[in-house]
Design a protein around this ligand. Structure first.
Ligand SMILES: [Zn+2]
Length: 629
């Protein structure tokens, strides 16, 4: 029985080895799905080494399964024991398992857009060739080598490695280094910025025209009413993926997520890697393995995930002052000309309770600003009952747990908590930035308000329950049917209050990343609203047509249009366009700009994720809210 291989140490070894190879293969696929990673040896090494390592840990289980599983099979079916040479059957089993797994990985093209067939073909050839060599070698040597498989497997492992590198070398086109702009051209363009242009952009997450219009008609959004009379509006087309971090980054850069690099709520980066990545084959639990076994490699997106210049970067370079408050993925705060209050300044949906206390850096730029404005931070639990009564009718002292909520077990899903969180975050960003504007109005100001999205998700159904299959409790409707409209009235008043702080000639923009509508079949029973592809766009200021309904615009168009206002040329590598439709002919005569190739100088290209002591809390939050697996 000694030569049967069915002892635990050999079983474990084979299990670990086979899984490590599987991991290595997943590492290769991962590289193929994220071509920019190929341009750096640290990235290639990090991806291959750490995926192999992670899966080899999983291999302990596989090894135990091999050992006892096969033992059991042979015990149950004695004839097999007589007929087959144990060694050979063992290795055949192993080969079959590996090939099945590999075939599975190869055919599960869950993201066909993210990789190309030819890459994987090379991997298939390399992998099968290596397996054949390994098995041939192993079988021959085993005749007179009853000892350690460890030694025997070193050579094939090396061969496999070489095959892998060869396959990746020949199979993957080297990514052309991203087209960079001409430094002189960029400098010339930026030096020509128009003087005295002041802009304020209000980012209202999920603002929806079909809610705004009736409220304006009823006189419940007086500020919007005035802005609509004086400015131009449009439907604002979102991206294919209605995930907030991507869309807000596209608005701030004029580029698609593939270019700006923010592709999800989180991103991965193994130790020694120089870049983060987002696309991965999850056929065999990649996400769970990384997040459980190597949590430091799985991080929430940060400002440093963004690979390209944003509007506040460009305006800073053009000598303009900027003030940015609360935008997605702005932590750690960018070193802008002016100030920035990052999204981790207070609690937000993705910056949960604990993290605000553990973060020690990057919340504001300049860092000295933090102690000056910290007093404006408001937390969900200190929202006063009087404030709550602005939105919720009747008794607000008892709190609120809708039917079925307890079973979900996540405090963050409590609608009332969502309302408080969005409201206090908005108040924090708004009041802090008004304080700074009163000191001096920056040339460009923007504040992001998340709360509108949160109340729309959780209270939409009370506004119009006719579309929902299950009838809602009368008392809940009576209490909450006004939450969404009242929240619109509330942010309308915030915009109005801000205008008091801003100079008369300030260009005012109101933008949302997507629209909202009812969910007919909600996954979370008390979550009644969901994202729709068209958000809202409104612009008002000198040279913008009054009372005008413009043709559809895209979220990608915001940055090009802002550049145009500042008399800065559009770059060819931007995916958005200038929304000419909203400008008067007279205004267009004052701007005649030739595009430049690009504003990119490569300074952000190799930037990567910034880890923080808050990552664990944020990831927990992402998981509990269903934004990560
Ligand atoms: Zn959103």
């Amino acid at each position: 029985m000694k030569k049967t291989f069915i002892d635990i140490s050999n079983g474990l070894f084979l299990g670990i080895l086979s899984s490590a190879w599987l991991g290595y293969l997943i590492g290769l696929r991962l590289l193929n799905w994220n071509p920019p990673l190929w341009n750096n040896f640290s990235n290639i090494f990090g991806a291959l080494f750490f995926t192999a390592l992670l899966y080899s840990i999983l291999g302990i289980l596989v090894g135990i399964f091999f050992t006892f599983g096969l033992k059991a099979v042979f015990l149950i079916i004695p004839p097999i024991r007589k007929k087959l040479n144990f060694t050979r059957s063992w290795i055949r089993t192993y080969a079959v398992v590996m090939i099945v797994l590999f075939t599975y990985l190869t055919i599960t093209r869950t993201r066909p857009d993210a990789h190309v067939l030819i890459y994987d073909t090379h991997l298939v050839i390399a992998y099968i060739a290596t397996l054949l060599i390994f098995y041939g070698f192993l079988l021959r040597r085993l005749k007179n080598f009853s000892g350690s498989i460890v030694k025997i497997s070193l050579l094939p492992a090396l061969i496999f490695l070489l095959f892998g590198f060869a396959a990746s070398y020949f199979g993957t086109p080297k990514p052309s280094s991203a087209a960079l702009g001409n430094p002189q051209e960029i400098a010339d363009a930026l030096s020509a910025a128009a003087p005295d242009v002041k802009v304020a952009v209000f980012g209202v997450d999920g603002a929806e025209w079909s809610v705004i219009d009736p409220l304006v008609e009823q006189g419940k959004m007086p500020v919007m009413q005035k802005l609509l009379e004086e400015g131009s509006r449009a439907r604002f087309e979102s991206l294919n993926t209605l995930k907030s971090p991507l869309i807000w980054a596209s608005m701030a850069t004029g580029k698609t997520p593939e270019k700006h690099g923010i592709l999800d709520f989180g991103s991965f980066q193994f130790p020694v890697m120089k870049s983060s990545f987002i696309n991965y084959p999850d056929g065999i639990g990649f996400y769970r393995l990384v997040s459980r076994l190597m949590p430091m490699a799985d991080m929430p997106v940060t400002s440093t995930t963004r690979k390209v210049e944003s509007i506040w970067d460009l305006l800073s370079l053009a000598g303009k002052t900027v003030g940015v408050a609360g935008w997605w993925a702005t932590w750690p705060a960018d070193p802008v000309e002016g100030w920035m209050i990052s999204d981790r300044f207070t609690y937000t949906l993705f910056n949960p309770r604990a993290s605000a206390q553990t973060l020690k850096k990057g919340q504001t730029h300049p860092p000295e600003l933090l102690p000056e404005i910290e007093g404006f931070v408001r937390l969900p639990d200190d929202m006063a009952p009087g404030e709550l009564s602005r939105f919720v009718k009747g008794d607000v002292s008892t709190g609120f747990a809708p039917e079925g909520w307890q079973s979900s077990g996540h405090e963050e899903w409590n609608p009332l908590y969502q309302l408080k969180l969005g409201y206090t975050a908005g108040e924090s960003f708004f009041n802090a930035s008004m304080n700074l504007i009163d000191r001096e109005q920056p040339d460009f100001f923007t504040v992001y308000l998340e709360g509108n999205d949160m109340v729309s998700h959780f209270f939409w159904q009370y506004m119009d329950d006719s579309l929902y299959p299950e009838p809602l409790a009368e008392e809940e409707i009576a209490k909450f049917d006004e939450v969404v409209p009242r929240y619109y009235t509330y942010w309308d008043s915030l915009v109005g209050a801000a205008l008091e702080h801003l100079s008369e000639d300030t260009y005012v923009f109101i933008v949302s990343d997507h629209g909202f509508g009812p969910v007919s079949d909600p996954v979370i029973p008390y979550r009644g609203g969901d994202h729709l592809p068209y958000g809202a766009f409104l612009a008002k200021g000198p040279g913008i047509k009054p009372g005008y309904f413009a043709a559809d615009a895209s979220v990608l168009d915001l940055t090009p249009t802002l550049l145009y206002l500042y008399n800065l040329p559009l770059a060819d590598d931007m995916d958005g366009k200038i929304i000419f439709d909203i400008f008067t002919d007279d205004f267009k005569l004052t701007r005649e700009l030739e595009n430049i190739a690009s504003y990119e100088t490569g300074r952000r290209t190799n930037s990567s994720l910034t880890s923080s002591s808050a990552d664990e809390d944020i990831k927990k939050q992402l998981r509990s809210l269903g934004y990560a697996k």
